[in-house]
Design a protein around this ligand. Structure first.
Ligand SMILES: O=P(O)(O)OC[C@@]1(O)O[C@H](CO)[C@@H](O)[C@@H]1O
Ligand SMILES: [Mg+2]
Ligand SMILES: [Mg+2]
Length: 309
């Protein structure tokens, strides 16, 4: 018998609504901003406050459940996904937007059992759009069913990506040359909203045809990856291979054809996996001179080879 996590999803939606009021109250106020992994990786007291609110509410209701929360990991918790029921939380996706009052910020809550995402919630706070999906039961925005665009022709695609928080040369040159190569295909355009969770929900709701990114974390996209696939889209690794939630790489697209078109031109730069395991991409260390145990910040020459379908 397959467990139905519908009640759990309803609870997740109710706490996401509570959390949104905290975000709205803080949005216009002055913020105390701290830095995390780079001068562009920001955190505020509201990120931590919202995460604490969500986790303490869930703990009270489901004392045995586990957590991977962005700010708990920043505070030293280990982000390892086990088979236990686990809530994967980004209390504010788009903290830079939040700090600047650029009006796109989201609360992202995913729930996984046996390492499989059972439901995902993305609340785009300023737009008041609540996206959700339950595995096998479709994706919705404010209760309206979602469908991706279904676009097959990459030359007509509007593609979303993020600039990320890396500021080292290899990451930046890979990032900009990926955008350059996509525009040269040509495609219709590139967008970056500043929140990976909302970017992917735009693919799910057919406002964009694809999203790709290297360097985001599992909490940015765990919920929205299910929302995209339940809306009929495809979710892959940037190599074109199988999506791996902890790998920090993703392509989400309206169709396999568009995903393949993106995989053919974009390259990844090395990022330490969220779970700390060695990178499982079929790397050729001779070609790229990469020490597999090297951290994300290590500069290496070259990029990953492609694994095309
Ligand atoms: O820190 P935050 O606000 O939760 O994450 C913001 C974010 O822009 O960082 C990633 C870029 O590295 C994005 O994909 C993600 O949405
Ligand atoms: Mg985030
Ligand atoms: Mg965040």
């Amino acid at each position: 018998v397959m467990a139905d996590w519908g009640k759990c999803l309803d609870f997740g939606v109710s706490i996401a609504r509570q959390a949104r009021t905290v975000v709205l109250d803080a949005f216009e106020a002055q913020k105390v901003v701290s830095l995390k992994t780079s001068p562009a990786d920001l955190v505020t007291e509201t990120d931590q406050g919202v995460e604490n609110l969500l986790i303490s509410a869930i703990k009270e209701k489901y004392p045995t459940h586990k957590f991977i929360g962005e700010e708990s990991v920043a505070a030293g918790a280990s982000p390892v996904l086990t088979d236990s029921p686990t809530w994967i939380i980004d209390p504010i996706d788009g903290t830079t937007n939040f700090v600047h009052r650029f009006p796109f910020v989201a609360i992202s809550i995913a729930f996984a059992v046996n390492k499989q995402t059972e439901f995902g919630i993305v609340y785009s706070c300023m737009e008041d759009k609540l996206y959700r999906a339950q595995r096998g039961k479709g994706a919705f925005c404010n209760d309206i069913p979602l469908r991706t665009s279904g676009l097959e022709d990459i030359t007509k695609a509007l593609v979303v990506t993020e600039i990320g928080t890396e500021r080292d040369d290899l990451s930046l040159s890979t990032l900009t040359s990926n955008i350059y190569r996509l525009l040269k295909i040509p495609i219709h355009g590139i967008r970056a909203v500043g929140t990976a969770a909302v970017d992917m929900c735009l693919v799910a709701s057919a406002g964009a045809d694809a999203y790709y990114h290297v360097g985001m974390h599992c909490w940015d996209i765990a919920a929205s990856a299910l929302i995209v696939s339940e809306a009929g889209g495809v979710v892959h690794d940037i190599s074109g291979g199988k999506f791996d939630l902890m790998s920090r790489r993703v392509i989400a697209a309206s169709s396999r054809t568009v995903a393949r078109g993106i995989a053919q031109v974009v390259e990844a730069f090395p990022c330490e996996r969220d779970d700390g395991l060695p990178d499982l991409l079929p790397l050729d260390p001779k070609v790229i001179g990469l020490n597999l145990t090297s951290r994300c910040s290590t500069l290496v020459q070259g990029t990953y080879p492609k694994l095309l379908w």
